[in-house]
Design a protein around this ligand. Structure first.
Ligand code: ATP
Ligand code: MG
Length: 215
C-alpha cells in the first residue's frame, strides 16, 4: 500500500471529517485539540494526518505535501483551486457567506443610491467578485479575523463573513443583508497523487462517497 498524507485543520473540520475517516477504517491516534503534534499517526500505518491552518490546507495539497485534504469552499475560492481535484462535497462545516451591516444601516438604500461602501473581510476574492457582479463599487479592507468589530469602530460600513446561527452578528448589533453563497467543506486531492496513488486513494474516495450517501 502506498503512503498517504491527509491535511486537516483543527476544530470543526477535524471533528466533522473523523466520521468519514472512520468509514474508511481510519482512526487518528492522537487528539489534535490536546496534542501539540502536527503530524498525527492513524491506526493505518500507511495513512498519516497533518494539522495545518484551515486556509493553508489547499496549499499543502496543491504542492503535494499532502495527497488529500478537507477545506471549506470559502477557503478554496480564495485559494483558486489550482492543482486540485474537488470530487466530493462532504456537506460538513455548513454555513453561509453573507454581507452584514449594523442594525441601523439601510443597506438597500445605500446600494440603490450607488454609495461607495467600505467592506471589511477575510475573503477578498469572493467579496470582489460578488460586488462586481452587482455592479457596485466598494473599497475592500483585508482583515484576518473578528470582522464583526470593523463596522462597530468605523473601520468599515459592511463586512463579508461566514454566518451560521447569526448569534455573533446579533451580539454585535449587526444584521445579514445579503447571501453570497452557501458554504460547505470539500474533499480535495492533489491531481498528480490521484494518478500515481489511485489504487490507495480510490477506495478511500468510495468510502467517503458512501458515507455521504448514508447521512
Ligand atoms: P483560522 O482559525 O486558521 O483562521 P478558520 O477560523 O477559518 O481558520 P475554522 O473556524 O476552523 O478555521 O473554520 C474552518 C472552516 O469551517 C471554514 O473555512 C469554513 O468553511 C467553515 N466554517 C467557518 N465558520 C463556520 C461556522 N460558523 N459554521 C460552520 N462552518 C464554519
Ligand atoms: Mg474560525
Amino acid at each position: 500500500m502506498t503512503n498517504i498524507t491527509i491535511a486537516l485543520s483543527k476544530g470543526r473540520i477535524f471533528e466533522d471529517t473523523a466520521p468519514f475517516l472512520k468509514a474508511a477504517g481510519i482512526v487518528a491516534q492522537d487528539d489534535p485539540e490536546s496534542s501539540r503534534k502536527l503530524i498525527i499517526d492513524t491506526n493505518n500505518p500507511a495513512v498519516r494526518l497533518i494539522m495545518v491552518r484551515a486556509s493553508d490546507v489547499p496549499t499543502y495539497v496543491q504542492y503535494g505535501a499532502a495527497d488529500l485534504g478537507v477545506a471549506g469552499k470559502d477557503v478554496l475560492l480564495e485559494h483558486g483551486g489550482g492543482g486540485l481535484y474537488q470530487p466530493l462535497d462532504l456537506q460538513i462545516a455548513r454555513c453561509r457567506m453573507m454581507v452584514a451591516v449594523p442594525d441601523d444601516f439601510d443597506y438597500e438604500s445605500a446600494v440603490f443610491q450607488g454609495a461607495r461602501l467600505r467592506v471589511a473581510t477575510k475573503y477578498l476574492k469572493t467579496a470582489r467578485d460578488h460586488f462586481a457582479d452587482k455592479g457596485m463599487h466598494v473599497d475592500l479592507i483585508k482583515l484576518y479575523g473578528s470582522m464583526e468589530l470593523a463596522p462597530l469602530v468605523g473601520l468599515a460600513d459592511a463586512i463579508v463573513d461566514l454566518v451560521s446561527s447569526g448569534n455573533t452578528l446579533k451580539a454585535n448589533h449587526l444584521k445579514a443583508v445579503e447571501e453570497i453563497m452557501p458554504i460547505s467543506a470539500r474533499l480535495i486531492i492533489n491531481q498528480a497523487a490521484l494518478k500515481l496513488k489511485r489504487e490507495t486513494i480510490q477506495p478511500l474516495l468510495e468510502a467517503f462517497r458512501s458515507a455521504i450517501a448514508a447521512t
